[in-house]
Design a protein around this ligand. Sequence first.
Ligand code: RAM
Length: 349
Amino acid sequence: MKFGNKFRTVAVVAIASLALAAGCGGGGDGGGEAAPGAEASAPAEDANLAITFLPKNLGNPYFDVSAKGGEAAVKEFGGTFAEVGPAEATPDAQVSYINTLTQQQVGAIVISANDKQAVCDALTEARDAGVKVVTFDSDTNPDCRDLYVNQATAEGIAKVQIDMIAEQIGDSGEIAILSASANATNQNAWIELMKKELANHPNIKLVDTVYGNDKDQESFDKTAALLQSHPELKGIISPTTVGIAAAARYLSTSKAKGKVALTGLGTPNQMREYVKDGTVKEFALWNPEDLGYLSAFAAKAIITGEIKGDEGDKFTAGKLGEKSVGADKTVLLGDPFKFNKDNIDQFDF
Ligand code: RAM
């Protein structure tokens, strides 16, 4: 296995934060060190609560915020938190990290998958070695993980975005989608359902779907290209926080500002200036910090055996209260939330 410099740097940071957590977390037995090979049925005090988050990529503010929530939760229950991840949002890059975490015998990997199948062999090896696997944000196929923590239903996420664009363009005209990477499970599920939802809007025509790979510059360039190739474009939906922020930055200084509507999924801190300068009217999201927090508690509940992941299982997720497992071993955070100029200043993430 080969590890890039990036991995080494991140691993060092992760180890440093493990040491920090052990030093000041207070609550973990034996300074919070992971107990290798802990079983699901192990009594809670012997459980291996070393929980590592593996986002699609590092350097994405959305995942920085979800990691913050994860870390807060892990501190609360006295485990050890770490985050590792690739620079590029690709499944291959995630596989090396999964293999390393398996060798390190962490208690759980909490992953947002760049592909629903390509990371599965590595995750299955991890599970065979006793590591619990919780997906969050972007799922794998259900048989590759113990639990999926879903931010909001895919139907709800698709509908809120179509509702917003329909309202913003008078329910008529050409639209395009600026997505993240072409294999991302969450993006593809939402795009599929948005297409279905468009059946209720016969005058809106989806003319293109492009991919900025959750890279700022690539998303910016793809926005410029969309406007060039579709001069009649009325609106863009970007269901990715990286994409919508880059598209807003492009539009804000272009002739299309205020003429081509932009909506999708963004973080309030990245979108604030574009809502205030009139580039964007309204967009949606959930609270990524809560998503990370819930995912960490879900991982703990699986590690300790508090839940098995069966439908109807219940566990306590700290300040979020009691949560239950639904169909397909899925736990739901809540509903998407819409941000606009009237409420955006009430949020800081
Ligand atoms: C980006 C990622 C993530 C998605 C959000 C909305 O940060 O693509 O997977 O859930 O946007």
